[in-house]
Design a protein around this ligand. Structure first.
Ligand code: TRP
Length: 334
């Protein structure tokens, strides 16, 4: 990788199967960035432990996310695709950053408040200090740009504050990262509650479509998607959030602009439209699922990818961590 390309870093939790929201909103665009930027896509399994997980399922999903990234077109030689827990520097830097992050800052995090409500029986310290680990992920690699959705803005803000605080104390140790706002890419909302973002960890399965849903399931979920009481297929986010979301999805998978879609379905019913969206999505997922199944049939290869990419990441990470150790007064390792 060349030194003058900008670095992009993003993380995804293996907390559920990736959805068409992850694909259409992010991964699909990342494929187009792999030559222009030095990209790292980390499967953040340590973050996932802040909510109770089934160990067997977590292991399976971590590998599955990797296979899906690759099935969607991310090349593991052009990008660094790896597991957070395989590069111990993440946990090591997180500890140090914990000592430079204020309780008052963490108390303001809306995701912490949300998750504490949803998991009231397990409000653990990891959930609270989650942003320090996320800051470590990003800052370890001298990241320039972080592609994130609205829900992660606050976490990137705290990352920038901690980086700036550290740099003020010790000189320029960290690059202060900026959000990466994609030029294209749809924001995909929940199918049943189009006011909120589609999420792979939603308790209602009809809210999301995963990249591994069979064509039948895809079509069924779209048939059940909420619309509204008039009968017009027209893009209007404010007054017709359900239909607008379906139009975004359809436009994203077919490449058709909204105007063409409105014309195509002018005399059709919501039922016709929902069926068309479901079928178009199922069609898009077909080749992804084929590649995914091939990859999952070759676990040795996937594990090799994790090993090689983990080593590439570790080399970069320890450069930063060694610098940090020195600055704060820890003796270098022999
Ligand atoms: N917190 C992010 C989420 O839940 C995942 C994440 C962890 C991340 N570390 C990151 C995203 C670093 C971007 C950069 O979606």
């Amino acid at each position: 990788m060349s030194e003058n390309k900008k670095r992009i870093f993003s993380g995804v939790q293996p907390s559920g199967n990736l959805t068409i929201g992850n694909y259409l909103g992010a991964i699909k665009n990342w494929v187009g960035l792999q030559d222009e930027y030095d990209c790292m896509y980390c499967i953040v399994d340590l973050h996932t432990l802040t909510v109770r997980q089934d160990p067997k399922e977590l292991r399976q999903r971590s590998l599955s996310v990797l296979a899906l990234y690759m099935a969607c077109g991310l090349d593991p030689e052009k990008n660094i695709l790896y597991l957070q827990s395989h590069v111990a520097a993440h946990a090591e830097l997180a500890w140090i950053l914990n000592c430079y992050t204020y309780i008052g800052e963490l108390n303001r995090m809306t995701q912490f408040k949300d998750k504490s409500q949803r998991h009231a029986d397990n409000i653990n310290a990891g959930l609270f200090t989650y942003p320090a680990l996320m800051a470590a992920d990003i800052l370890l690699y001298q990241t320039d740009l972080v592609p994130i959705g609205q829900d992660q803005k606050q976490h990137l803000e705290i990352t920038r504050d901690v980086a700036a605080r550290f740099n003020n104390l010790y000189g320029d140790v960290f690059v202060v990262p900026e959000p990466y706002i994609a030029k294209v890419g749809a924001k995909i909302m929940s199918l049943q509650e189009p006011a909120k973002k589609m999420s792979k960890s939603d308790e209602n399965e009809n809210n999301f479509v995963t990249l591994l849903d069979s064509p039948d399931v895809v079509v069924r979920k779209f048939k059940k998607a909420v619309t509204d009481s008039d009968r017009e297929i027209r893009y209007d986010e404010e007054n017709k959030p359900g239909i607008s979301n379906l139009m975004s999805i359809y436009s994203s998978v077919t490449g058709k602009p909204f105007g063409d879609i409105e014309a195509e379905f002018q005399d059709k019913s919501y039922g016709d439209f929902k069926l068309a969206v479901g079928e178009a999505v199922a069609e898009t997922l077909k080749p992804v699922q084929e590649r995914y199944n091939q990859l999952m049939g070759n676990k040795d290869y996937l594990n090799e990818v994790l090993k090689v990419n983990g080593e590439r990441a570790a080399r970069l990470a320890y450069r930063t961590l060694n610098k940090v150790y020195k600055k704060v007064g820890l003796l270098p390792r022999g």
